[in-house]
Each structure stands twice: as C-alpha cells, then as structure tokens.
Design a protein around this ligand. Structure first.
Ligand code: GCB
Length: 606
C-alpha cells in the first residue's frame, strides 16, 4: 500500500508538467460532447506492475504508454520488455463498475487499468476537457501517454483539461482506477455498501471556447422571494467580460460583466415567477452566453428556510415524506447510471407518495438530481463522511471539503436539492465535533441558500431517545437514525419509545426500519418475515407521528442492496434486506403500509 502510494507520488511528480487540477464544469451534461462510453480494454493490476518495477521504483514506461510487445527481441532493449497489451486484453463497459460485469471481478479491490482508442478533431480556439462522472475511488488520467490529472473521491464528477495532449485523428486514453479502501479515505475502510470499483458514470470529451462559463449559481433570494440572484463565472476571461443571461419565459434578458475574479454578479426581479415546488416542478429554460460560449440549463426557483422547528419552502411550512435510496441499480446491481435506472427508482418513489428522497450516503449520478427537479421530489444530498472516519486527521477535512465542494458545485442550480448532509452516524467525540463543525460552516459558506444537516446517532435512556449531540448546534435540521424494533427491542415495544429533543430545530427521522426477505412469510414475531418488517413500520409510524417537531421521515430504505457486511446465508446472502422492495423488484408488505401513511400525511406535519 505504502509502496504503491510512493510509486504514484513519484509518477505524478515525474509528469507534473502535463497535469492540470481537476475542476467541475457546471452543466457539463447539457454541453455537446463526444461520448467515451462503451467498451474499454482493461488490465487487472493487483501488484501495481503498470506503475512500479520489481523493487518498487517508478516504472517510467508504465501501462499508460499503451505499448505493444515487440515481435523482434532486438528492440526490447531500447524500450524495456513489454509484458502487457491492452489490445489483447478483454473489455468492460463504461460506465459501469467492474465487479458486476464479470463474476471473476466481483470481489476485486485494487488497481485496474482502462484503455480505449478514439478519434478526435480539434476545433480552433477551443479547449477540451475529459469529463468523468465518477471514478471510484482514485483515478489517474492519461491521454496519449501524457498524465492529465488525478482525482480522489468515488462519487463526484471531475473535468480535466486535455487540450495539450490531444491531437487530430487517432488518440488513446488510459485511466488507472484504484478502489483500494483507505483508512485515510472518505469514506474509510468500513461501510455498509458495496465498494463498486471503476468508471461508474459517463465519460466524455467536452469542448469549450478558450474563455468559457465554467460555473454559475442562480437562485431565488431568501430575502424577498422575488429576485433571482447569484453569479456567472467565466474561466480565463479578463475583467469586464460581457455575460448575457436570458430566461425567455420569465421575460428576463440581462447583461452583466465579470470582475477581476471572473464573476459577473446577477440580480434581477422578474415581474412574475412560477415557483418550483412538489406538485409544481416548474423549470425555466435559462440561456447563458459569454463571447462564443453558450449554454442552457433548466432551473427551478424556490426558497428553503428554517423557522423555529419548521421547514419553509417558498415561505410555507412543509412536511417531507421521503425514503432512503442507495445508488444500487434496480434489478441488475452495480451503480445507478442510466435513464432507465433513474426512471424505475422515481416511479417507485411516486408510487409511495414521496415528495422527498435521501440520496444515501454519497452523491448519486447527476441524472438523479435532474429527475428530482423534473418530478418535484425534494432531495437530501450527502457526502460519504460515514461512521468512523479519522476525524483527528486534518488531511481528511481537506478531502471532505473537496467532495462537498464538488457536489455543491455540480448541483447548486437544482431546485430539488434542499439539504446538504455532511455526515452519517459519526461517533460523538470532540475530534468528530470539531471536524464536522468546520465542515458544516464550510457548507454554509459555499452555499448560504440551503440547509445543512447530518444523520446523527441518538442516545437511549430506558425507553427515551435523547437528541443532544453537540453537532446539532451547527446544523439547520437534525437528522436522527434509530432502529427501534430491529437492533433493539421487539417491534411491539416501539410504541413505548418517547423523545427528548434538546434543540429547537426541525427533525427528520433519517433512518428507521428493519429487514425482511421478500416472499418469506410467518408470524409478526418471526424476524426476516415480511410481517415482522411490516409490524416495525406500523409501530414506528404510530410512535413517530407523536413527535411535535418531526418535519420529515426517510425510512431505511427503498430497495435491498449489496453489502459486504450482511452475510447471513439463505437470508441476506451479501445483501442488506431492509428494502421495501427486493433487489429483484419484489414489493414487500411494508411498502403498502408506508404508501398509505404518506397518502394520509400520517407521519411528519408541516
Ligand atoms: C445505518 C446506516 C446505514 C445502514 C443501516 C443498517 O444506520 O446509516 O448505512 O445500512 O443502518 O442497515 O443497519
């Protein structure tokens, strides 16, 4: 591990000249692009042969050079012996984790090389970025043998400037992805989800003019609920560069100019605006241009605030009827990364009468937040600061901020996203509280228009659940996880549970539930039956509905998902079975119970 890290560090500094720092191009999914999805050759490299030699020294002619073995042995001395060949290696599909594409790769964790050829025609006066929707967990990107960039973090997008390495005609890309779990990673070594490795989301080439719009933030002002405010940022443009913004349907047509940092401030109050809300997911076509750069987005306008223990959407109190969703692709496993996956999940959410979803426990594919915008489903969006992260390591705060920053940048123009969650079930220690207070402050600083939350553990004294985690001070909304009826007490005892919430803030019950194997029936007292799970839901609904400051619920969870810590044969078989729907799409009894409760608004009250 150490040797590999050193090798990577040396490799990175050796070719630093070509490298760029990854960025996130906002709205990349709406820009014209050249897709690099499809089959890529791969080499499994558990011993890091493509990066370092037999004594761990850096291999200057690593696999990123994409060479082929020489037939003539005399040539071998010049370039070193070539003991790999991408063209003779098998392929996997991108986007897609490697684990579910080949049974032999199901449990592989380590270094994995991807390679593909592509044709490219550079356009004069343009720059080209390679866009990677997500690579789990670390990625090193090479084009035509040149090292372009590195990225750490398995669930956020990144864009790297590849202009200098691209050439007209035939090109090749090599991407080394390493999903080794790291003690000093975000998340850390242990999670209750599968470590699907690889290029799990779309890969493409995005060409933009030399000066171009890389970022913008357009939202409704919380102060007057009428003004669209924010900024448009033009990368690599001099001060006073003109920016043009139109929203034809709202009769907005304005010009602005950038300051020295490239930002053009926006503030415009249209005569009338139809505000985004569940049941009215109005999106406006927004057109932005600067110089020869032009892009369009579909943006909803709404405000989200807290008043005492209430959550206000467009100034009105709301209740959040939600559920947790992992990015587990319905009925096929692997990660959600297609329109069809997203449609299945959102159809289920709407059947359940949800107006809210918690995208657990990391940023999901951008298709998910786009669809939430279109369908009017509010979103809790999270970064994987999960369980026992090394909170005393300052380097990890940097990594957490990076992932949060990338997530915010990608999704800040999505009306559906109302909550940034900074963590899940972290231990209540001074180091944790200091770390997450800084992360919460950072979230407020980079996006002052949304609410910040975290899923907290609750303390129990007898039948009383106490919410007094000191982190609560830094949060706008408290998420609380509890598993009464499953990890503690029998389902009928749930009805005795009382709450002592020591904050005057809105509460979302961010997890509760229990497991059931779809199709297994028996008495309510028999664990793993659908009846047992249904009893938990019935009693939780009765108990939770009595919490005066309950503003939302997201039970755990919509669909069963693959997890390496769920090992009970014949029942779990490597899956967490707390879904209301099985991994094969079979609905369990509790689905109908929650569906009815949400139809009757029986849980949270506005
Ligand atoms: C939790 C975690 C979630 C787990 C779940 C469970 O508290 O937040 O990631 O999967 O419990 O099933 O135990």
């Amino acid at each position: 591990m150490k040797i590999l890290s050193l090798a990577l560090a040396a490799l990175i500094s050796a070719s630093a000249a070509a490298q760029s720092t990854p960025t996130v191009l906002v709205d990349a999914d709406h820009r014209p692009s050249q897709s690099l999805n499809g089959p890529w050759h791969y080499i499994l490299d558990p011993y890091s042969a493509g990066l370092s030699d037999f004594q761990g020294a850096i291999n200057k002619h690593g696999f990123f050079e994409n060479r082929e073995p020489e037939a003539n042995s005399n040539n071998a001395a010049n370039n070193g012996l070539i003991e790999y060949s991408f063209s003779r290696s098998p392929t996997v599909k991108v986007p897609g984790d490697w684990n579910t594409q080949n049974i032999a790769l199901l449990n592989y964790e380590g270094l994995f090389w991807y390679q593909r050829d592509f044709d490219f025609t550079p356009k004069p006066g343009s720059r080209t970025f390679i866009h990677i929707g997500a690579a789990n967990y670390r990625a090193r990107v090479f084009i035509n043998g040149q090292h372009i960039c590195d990225h750490e973090g398995g669930f956020t997008p990144f864009d790297c400037d590849a202009t200098a390495a691209l050439k007209p005609g035939k090109n090749f890309a090599v991407i080394a992805v390493d999903d080794t779990r790291l003690a000093d990673g975000i998340p850390t070594l242990k999670t209750d989800w599968y470590n699907y490795g690889g290029l799990t989301r779309d890969v493409s080439l995005v060409s933009v003019p030399t000066a171009f719009i890389d970022d913008y933030d357009l939202h409704l002002s919380r102060t007057d609920h009428k003004t669209i405010e924010g900024y448009v940022h033009v990368a690599d443009a001099p001060a006073n560069t003109a920016v043009h913004l139109t929203i034809p349907e709202a009769h907005v047509d304005i010009n602005a100019t950038t300051d020295a940092s490239g930002r053009a401030a926006i503030s415009i109050a249209p005569a009338s605006l139809n505000l985004w809300a569940p049941g009215n997911p109005k999106l406006y076509k927004v057109e932005l241009s600067s110089g020869s750069d032009k892009l369009t987005d579909d943006i909803g306008f709404r405000t989200i605030e807290v008043s005492g223990t209430h959550i206000l959407l467009n100034g009105k109190p709301i209740a959040l009827n939600g559920i947790n969703v992992h990015a587990e692709a319905p009925m096929r496993g692997g990660r959600v990364n297609t329109d069809a996956d997203v449609k299945t999940l959102f159809d289920w959410l709407q059947q359940l009468n949800c107006n809210f979803v918690r995208l657990a426990h990391y940023p999901h594919d951008e298709r998910m937040t786009r669809e939430a915008d279109r369908r009017g489903i509010m979103v809790w969006s999270e970064v994987p600061v999960y369980w026992a992260v090394h909170f005393d390591d300052p380097a990890l705060l940097v990594k957490a901020k990076q992932q949060l920053g990338e997530n915010v940048r990608r999704d800040r123009n999505k009306a559906s996203v109302i909550l940034w969650s900074i963590a899940n079930e972290t231990p209540n220690t001074p180091a944790r509280t200091a770390f997450l207070t800084k992360l919460a402050d950072h979230a407020h600083e980079i996006d002052p228009t949304r609410l910040v939350t975290a899923a907290l553990l609750v303390r129990g004294e007898g039948d009383t659940k106490i919410v007094d985690d000191p982190l609560g001070k830094s949060l706008d909304v408290l998420g609380t996880n509890e598993y009464a009826g499953w990890y503690e007490m029998s389902p009928e005892k749930i009805l005795n549970v009382k709450w002592d919430i020591r904050y005057d803030k809105p509460v979302i019950m961010s997890e509760f539930g229990g497991g059931a194997k779809a199709g297994l029936h028996g008495p309510e007292t028999q664990r793993w039956t659908e009846e047992f799970q249904a009893a938990i839901y019935r009693n939780q609904i009765t108990m939770l509905s009595k919490i005066p400051q309950l503003r939302g619920t997201t039970p755990w969870l919509l669909m069963d998902f693959r997890s390496p810590v769920r090992l009970l044969p014949g029942v779990q078989d490597g899956f967490n079975r707390k879904g209301l729907i099985s991994d094969t799409g079979q609905k369990k009894q509790a689905f109908t119970i929650l569906q009815k409760a949400y139809k009757e608004n029986a849980l949270a009250k506005p």
